[in-house]
Design a protein around this ligand. Structure first.
Ligand code: 5GP
Ligand code: SF4
Ligand code: MG
Length: 466
């Protein structure tokens, strides 16, 4: 998901709509905005579909007055997968004795089922199936006298990954979980305004100046042009999601002081060193494989070409929740550039192999178009484990790499060769020159290594085996 908030600007909702539009790649199912204005009070609009289709009409935007607000774009991971109800669309709102508050959450709470059971037993009435709603109910039970303190109480009970943006009538609040699994950045807007955003690309669109990242385990409370920082959690080693670098974030964003584009290009360089092959053309699977293919081509000296063309009007395939839509999606979204491919040995670069369905179809399209050979190079290690921290990977039984060796996958996909970047290579590309330190990895890489930095409590209760 993507979260965005702004305070201290006229017509906050317009900034939020633009910010969410720039974060649309993080969630395409639904979006919502909450604002506060002294006269109108708290107002909200929550809609299915793209930001541009919902939050551009004057009719909707004029219902969201105020100089403070937050927003969310949703992609379902936990909770109601695929059949999102409007009541699952964030931001969530709560009325407390000291006033209202709204929250928007990116990540996934790994003890949400346990918390929900406990809260329901003690009288909470849940409105949605979302894990994030726990935060509001935990805040309601806190005895603290102001909302940021109640948020601290609530979030100290929450396990897993969370980057949260929240608001009261006058304060904008941002928090990251103690491991900082999901991103969150602070920007300055105009004279007195501040913005919080999942990624820097959403600061660029509103002309905000990037100030800094919210640190793992940090809470910032922003009001009247002042940013007050605190560290409410037990200090822990940070474990930022390495898959944000590989795929999830936009290439024009800066994560942990690193350009996402540059990391992806460097992944291609590492891949070309680790897994060279003789060929005529390096082609990305657009758009996710593009920077890595550029790096691979540069390092290997093999020309780069657009062998596959993407229809810009389709969304990301993996973000479409149903398997059927996802299967159709490949051809709706991608087509082979026949004139370029015919007779050539192709190095095909993609970000990941998950179920293997996309990869197989692309390979078929390349062979149909007369490719002489297809060599598949993957910009991440084999995806062997599901993510429980906010990226929608399927269950283990659907993950190709959980059941097959690389050679078996090669045969299954029907390609001439198949190589994945190593975890060490990926760490080097992501700025850790010495590679992955197995005793204290810098990033979360559980979907590749099976080493989960946060115990997935709910999943273990459901029978998941580490
Ligand atoms: P697959 O191998 O599953 O057919 O598709 C892999 C390609 O689709 C990659 O380009 C990746 O970007 C995208 N993809 C499809 N489904 C998922 C998913 O569930 N999780 C992730 N991380 N990527 C996916
Ligand atoms: Fe990111 Fe993978 Fe960790 Fe999930 S399991 S947070 S996708 S690195
Ligand atoms: Mg892709």
């Amino acid at each position: 998901c993507g979260v965005f908030g702004v305070v201290g600007v006229a017509d906050a909702a317009n900034f939020i709509a633009l910010g969410l539009h720039a974060l649309q790649h993080r969630g395409q199912e639904a979006g919502g905005i909450v604002t506060y204005d002294a006269e109108a009070g708290f107002q909200s609009a929550r809609r299915f579909g793209y930001v541009r289709d919902n939050f551009t009409s004057q009719k909707v935007m004029e219902t969201l007055p105020g100089e403070i607000g937050i927003g969310h774009v949703r992609y379902s991971t936990a909770g109601s997968k695929g059949n999102t109800a409007i009541r699952d669309v964030q931001p969530f709102f709560g009325e407390f004795s000291m006033g209202g508050a709204a929250i928007a959450h990116n990540g996934n709470i790994t003890n949400a089922d346990a918390l929900r059971r406990e809260l329901i037993d003690r009288g909470s009435i849940f409105q949605s199936s979302s894990d994030s709603e726990c935060i509001i109910h935990l805040m309601a039970r806190s005895l603290q006298r102001n909302i940021p303190e109640r948020m601290k109480d609530a979030l100290r009970r929450v396990e897993g990954a969370f980057s949260v943006v929240a608001m009261t009538r006058t304060k904008l609040v941002g928090v990251r979980d103690p491991r900082g699994v999901r991103p969150l950045v602070l920007g300055k807007v105009g004279e007195n305004g501040y913005a919080l955003s999942s990624e820097t690309c959403a600061l660029d669109i509103i002309g905000a100046e990037f100030v800094r990242e919210i640190e793992p385990g940090e809470m910032v409370v922003i009001s009247e042009g002042q940013v007050v920082s605190s560290k409410p959690f037990e200090q822990m080693a940070s474990r930022f999601c390495i898959f944000e670098h590989v795929y999830f974030s936009r290439p024009d964003s800066i994560l942990g002081g690193r350009s996402v584009y540059e990391t992806r290009r460097q992944i291609g360089v590492e891949l070309a060193r680790e897994a060279p092959v003789e060929a005529d053309l390096v082609c990305p699977v657009p758009d996710s494989g593009t920077p890595a293919a550029i790096g691979f081509s540069h390092e290997s000296g093999i020309p780069y070409g657009m062998g596959i063309i993407r229809n810009q009007y389709m969304g990301r395939t993996f973000i479409e929740p149903s398997e059927q839509i996802r299967n159709m999606g490949v051809r709706l979204k991608l087509n082979v550039n026949r004139a370029l491919i015919r007779g050539k040995r192709i190095i095909l670069v993609d970000d990941s192999v998950v179920r293997g369905t996309t990869s197989q179809k692309i390979k078929d399209m390349l062979l149909d178009a007369g490719a002489a050979e297809v060599h598949f190079r993957i910009a991440s290690p084999p995806t062997m484990w599901p993510c429980f921290y906010g990226v929608d990977t399927p269950d283990r039984d659907k993950l190709l790499a959980a059941h097959m060796s690389i050679e078996q996958m090669r045969a299954h996909l029907g390609v001439d060769s198949l190589q994945f970047i190593t975890l060490d290579g990926l760490y080097r590309a992501a700025g850790v020159a010495e590679g992955r330190d197995a005793t204290a990895p810098r990033y979360c890489d559980a979907c590749f290594s099976g080493e989960y930095p946060v115990v997935p409590t709910d999943m273990i209760a459901k029978g998941f085996k580490l």
